[in-house]
Design a protein around this ligand. Structure first.
Ligand code: ADP
Ligand code: MG
Length: 235
C-alpha cells in the first residue's frame, strides 16, 4: 500500500484481521471491514475514449476466432488474412495458439484444465486487442464450444466472428506438418484433439471455411470478403 492509501492494482482481495489493528491505524483514508475477506479491486477509467481510437484507426475493433483441428489451416489463414487486412489499412494482429504457448501460455500443458485456461487467456487477450481497436485474429484449436463461448463473452459485445476451419481428420492427418498425428496414432502423444481428445464442431459458426477443398488463397479471399462487409472500411 502506498502513502496515499491506494491499494496495489494487482491485489484483488485480502484477508483482513483485526489482530493486526484497524487499517485506519496505519493507513489513514483506507476503509476496510472489521474482519474477513475484503474485495479491494478497483477499475480505473481510460482517458482515451473508444470513439477517439476508432476515429484514428478508421475502423472498430473486432475478434476473428479461427477454430479447427490441428492441421486444418488456422495459422495459414490467420497470417494470410493479417497480411491482406493490413495491406488495405486495418490495424490487425494475429494471436496464434502455438506462438502464445512460447510466452503467455508457456506454463500450461495439454491437460483439460490447462487447455481451458489456454483458451481463456487467448480470449481475454483478444478482447484487449479489440478494446485497443485492433482486428484481432485468434487461431486456436479451442476444441470445446463452451470455451469458445466464454471467449465470445470476454469480447463484451465487441464484434466476434467464429470461423470454422472445416477439414476432416483424414485431411489433417495426411498433412501432418508437425508429425503430431503420427505420434498420437502411435500412442506417443496423449490427449490429441480428434484422436483421443474431443473436438466440438461449431453449431452455428459465423463462417465455414472449407480448408480441405479450397486453396489457402481461396480460404483467405472468402474470409476477407466476409469481413470486409462487416468491418467498417478504412477508405
Ligand atoms: N487450404 C489449404 N489447402 C491445403 N493445404 C493447406 C491449406 N491450409 C493450410 N494448409 C497446409 O496444411 C498444413 C497445416 O496448416 P496450419 O495452418 O499449420 O494448420 P493449423 O494452424 O490449423 O494447425 C500446412 O502444411 C499448410 O501449408
Ligand atoms: Mg497453427
Amino acid at each position: 500500500m502506498n502513502h496515499s492509501g491506494n491499494l496495489p492494482e494487482q491485489t484483488r482481495s485480502i484477508m483482513f484481521s483485526p489482530e493486526h489493528g484497524q487499517a485506519g491505524d496505519h493507513c489513514p483514508g483506507t476503509r476496510l471491514p472489521r474482519s474477513g475477506q475484503a474485495n479491494i479491486l478497483r477499475r480505473v477509467s481510460h482517458q482515451v475514449a473508444d470513439t477517439e481510437r476508432i476515429a484514428r484507426s478508421d475502423h472498430a475493433g473486432a475478434i476473428v476466432w479461427l477454430t479447427g483441428l490441428s492441421g486444418s489451416g488456422k495459422s495459414t489463414l490467420a497470417m494470410n488474412l493479417e497480411r491482406k487486412l493490413f495491406d488495405v489499412g486495418f490495424m490487425v494482429y494475429v494471436l496464434d495458439g502455438d506462438n502464445l504457448r512460447h510466452g503467455l501460455n508457456s506454463d500450461l500443458d495439454f491437460t483439460p484444465q490447462s487447455r481451458r485456461e489456454n483458451v481463456r487467456r487467448v480470449g481475454e487477450t483478444a478482447a484487449l486487442f479489440a478494446d485497443a481497436v485492433f482486428v484481432c485474429i485468434a487461431a486456436s484449436i479451442s476444441p470445446h464450444a463452451m470455451d469458445r463461448d466464454l471467449a465470445r463473452s470476454a469480447a463484451k459485445g465487441r464484434p466476434f466472428f467464429e470461423f470454422y476451419l472445416q477439414a476432416e481428420i483424414a485431411t489433417c492427418e495426411r498433412r501432418d506438418p508437425k508429425g503430431l498425428y503420427c505420434l498420437a496414432r502411435n500412442g506417443l502423444l496423449r490427449d490429441f484433439t480428434g484422436i483421443d481428445a474431443p473436438y466440438d464442431v461449431p453449431a452455428a459458426p459465423d463462417l465455414v471455411v472449407d480448408s480441405a477443398d479450397q486453396t489457402p488463397e481461396a480460404c483467405m479471399e472468402s474470409s476477407f470478403d466476409f469481413l470486409a462487409r462487416r468491418l467498417r472500411p478504412v477508405r
